[in-house]
Ligand binder design. Sequence first.
Ligand SMILES: [Zn+2]
Length: 72
Amino acid sequence: MRTLVIIIVLALVIMIARRLLARPQTPVKRKSISEHMVQCANCGIYIPEQEALQRAERYYCSQAHLDEDLHE
Ligand SMILES: [Zn+2]
């Protein structure tokens, strides 16, 4: 009887653990597909397109780098 209880408890723990592990994977996969990386035209660092500053067809990692490129 004890072994049966242990098996049931273990099965439940494995099921719960699988669900907890499976949940974060879906949003991470979606994010990696939608997140397009662009290169800063000033320093060459890669940043997500959503966070990058765009001017004409060029991308910048920060306002400072955008301004620097304007003065050149
Ligand atoms: Zn930069």
